[in-house]
Design a protein around this ligand. Sequence first.
Ligand code: BGC
Length: 733
Amino acid sequence: MKKLLNAFCFLFLLPFFQLTAQHLIPDYLNPDKSIEVRIENALSLMTLDEKVALCHAQSQFSSSGVPRLGIPEINYSDGPNGVREELMNNSYAHANWRNDSCTGFPALTCLAATFNPEIAYDYGVAMGEEALYRKKDVLLSPGVNIFRTPMNGRNFEFMGEDPFLTGQLAVPVIKGIQSNGVAACVKSVALSNQETNRKYINVMVSDRALHEIYLPAFKTAVEDGKSWTVMGSYSRLRGQYCCQNDLLLNKIIKKDWNFDGVILADWGGVHDTHEAALNGLDVEMGTNTDGNLSKYDDYNNYNLGFPFLRLLKNGEIPLSVVHDKCRRILRLIIRTSMNRNRGFGKFVCEDHSAIARKVAEEGIVLLKNENNLLPIQKGKYKKIAVIGENATRNLTAAGGSSELKVKYEISPLEGLKTNFGKENITFSYGYSAGPNTWGKVVDSKLDKDSLFKAAVETARNADIVLFIGGLNKSWFQETEGSDRKSYNLPYNQDDLIEAIQKVNKNTVVLLLSGNAVAMPWLQKVPALLQCWYSGSEAGNAIANIISGEINPSGKLPFSFPKKLEDNGAMSFGGKSYPGDSVVHYMEDILVGYRWYDTKKIVPQFPFGYGLSYTSFEYGKITTDKKTYKTDDTITLSFTLTNTGKTDGSEATQVYATQSKASVLRPAKELKAFKKVFLKAGETQTVEMKIKVKDLAFYNEKTQSWIVEPGEFIVRNASSVADVKSSISITVSI
Ligand code: BGC
């Protein structure tokens, strides 16, 4: 009887208790309420001090929640291609944890070279999972600044010189990261195109170049990628710092793009309370955080801390300003740290290694392969010489905020030994760069001449040489904080390659870098591969390409000029780069291939270029109609045949040109691309779509996008310089 009574009470009273419990949950904690209801409820319960506390950092990589209400804080982490190790609470010093070594994913430059949005999504998912496992709520990735000059020390962190390619790959990265309930942070808006004087450089750029070149990838990331956060940059745009820039943050991002997320400052990018408060910044990070907080008392003294509070209290700044920021920050918290549905993530697992390897394999670009020297059949050569420091150097560490402490990093030498048998490989350094040191160059203690001579002897005695060099993450190479000093390879590598190829004609050069370099030796070496910074699996991916287990399919996301002055930004002298406190973007909209192509300057390697171990034949491009209205979509197609004996993928590209325009338009602009896998001998019809409105240019007079009626030429191509066929279409009003 007692049991029956208990069962009765349980069954009939439970819903009542549940109802009461639910009733007691305030709206902001109730996941069944809409996000906007939750935000308004939380805001109504907060004091002004609590509201202001949301708007600035509370440690080097976190910002406050509302402790009294149980609203969790936000934890941020770099970076663009993996989850950075734990840092000290109040500085950039490493915290030396033992459980924070991550998977090193390839740099975004390598991802861009895949031309593959599907793999970009997997890359985002995997990085988001690693961030979630490490209890991070915002992953500061992806970086989408445009490659303007090869001197920029941070080019490796971004996705090349084309705004369309960058935007199309940023979207899946963002969606992948955010599928974990971890926010992506698209950075750094805008005009972070050089490291020299980066903390104050004042960029003078036309509205057209701003809207056509430097902003579109951010726009796509916000509008299509729905990124939950955006980071401002250190630069100034026409005199006003980007982290507190009314035009960029309020007008363009929040109003024109309808952004509902949070705009973060780059660390130390805020300089003024009024501007930061009023011009659209939401969260101030990193101001004066140099590990010496005593000077500033605490984080409350940030611009968006006590100084902001004072201005709100005395009425100089209306409360609506802090309320807008809080709504956005609460939205971010509900999407991330307060999201009870998100899982727990995963960290350093086989799946992530496989994704890292696949991105590296698909991103490596074969630039030259005379007489099919590559791939190297296993067993063909008994004496393979591997020469060059990058064959063993750790390239995931250092470089500033993209530095990674990885669980493991397969070096090219290790990968090659595993693949070809260590008994067949001899290694020689050839050159030595010295340690990576922030803020200065420290020379290697090893004797340069002996390294050089030993390498030449190793080459002389080998059947084939794999020279593995390039740049690295040292100061004045590829790192945050400094630009390169020279377009040539450092550490006397040019002379070394010359000397090696003199004694061994079978010399293959592998460049590990995220930037273009001069190649005075190019005509003399039969094979060349661009291998980027490819993360934990770099060595396995490189070995798989060299041995032919993987057929290369990467294409260049930026052009390699023959000489530095051939590059648009570099052709106008110091005013255009690096400037002093002001820099003038004198090449205007003709950035990257738009410059070489329009000015008819032949680059060493053009944008979109990359070879394969097989060959492809393109059919003639056709479109579904001849004439289109501005709201239409062009559907185009062509056949693609793998005419070789090896299966392989080809990143096909479509460029458009306006025949007669009222303003200068680039000779060609990338408007669509598709990576297609074909078995040997197979043919497929490739179909792509272009919205007519994407043929527009930015009209400075009307401050809007305009498609002029008339003829456009649409071309299918294997690179910007290798057009296969073209078709004329007409746009009518
Ligand atoms: C970099 C950002 C980075 C931030 C936090 C800044 O110096 O410019 O890209 O996310 O530091 O480490």
